[in-house]
Design a protein around this ligand. Structure first.
Ligand SMILES: Cc1cc2nc3c(=O)[nH]c(=O)nc-3n(C[C@H](O)[C@H](O)[C@H](O)COP(=O)(O)O)c2cc1C
Length: 192
């Protein structure tokens, strides 16, 4: 995909074809994208749990909350629409550094772009229940989780729309595709 088309397509997706796993070669690309990511002082302190067995994915899914600004019946993926893969970046709590969250953001962005290049959609999730997720993954309390990423083949589209009156709220159109308002370039950038 041409790079700017890829930037546009690489949005948040919240309904997936649960019968369609992410192929092994795409998962390899996603992992490699995180491995090659920039990190502060090149510390590479993150360790990633790849959750792909349907049983484990379902267990994790229970503790994830989607599209907080929509009514739950519209935003939360229904049975058959769940993601098929989670990747959970972790780090030792005692090693939390000033830029750890930046490292996580960069690694997650690289993974979502590598996925999108192969038509795999994703959703970065901060609205998660960390203690139960730690339990499901068998992680000790000393391991920290910030955000996690869900992946799958999307069954809806997501469109950028222009923002009206500064309203950042995304919404669904009549086809239940996501519409995501973005600020104008003039609002965001000042060339000095
Ligand atoms: C750090 C971060 C945390 C997020 N947490 C959630 C979440 O818990 N649940 C969810 O449905 N979406 C979550 N999102 C997705 C955002 O809602 C989404 O990025 C935003 O609405 C813009 O849509 P876009 O990604 O298509 O540009 C998160 C995104 C980021 C970057």
């Amino acid at each position: 995909m041409e790079i700017m088309k890829l930037m546009e397509w690489c949005r948040t997706y919240r309904r997936f074809d649960q019968a369609k796993p992410v192929p092994e070669n795409v998962l390899e690309n996603i992992m490699e994208a995180a491995r090659l990511a920039n990190s502060a002082s090149n510390r590479q302190q993150l360790r990633f749990l790849v959750v792909k067995s349907p049983e484990m994915v379902e267990k994790l899914f229970t503790f994830t909350h989607w599209a907080a600004i929509l009514p739950k019946e519209l935003g939360q993926p229904k049975d058959g629409e769940h993601p098929v893969l989670f990747i959970v970046p972790t780090y030792e709590a005692s090693e939390k550094a000033k830029w750890t969250d930046v490292d996580i953001g960069i690694a997650e962005t690289r993974m979502t772009i590598a996925a999108a290049a192969e038509g795999v959609g994703s959703c970065i999730l901060a609205n998660i229940e960390r203690d139960p997720i730690r339990d499901v993954l068998g992680l000790p309390a000393s391991i920290e989780i910030a955000t996690i990423v869900a992946f799958g083949y999307p069954t809806h589209e997501s469109h950028i729309v222009s923002m009206k009156d500064g309203d950042v709220k995304y919404y669904l159109d009549e086809k239940k595709d996501y519409c995501v308002p973005k600020r104008s370039r003039e609002d965001l950038f000042r060339i000095v």
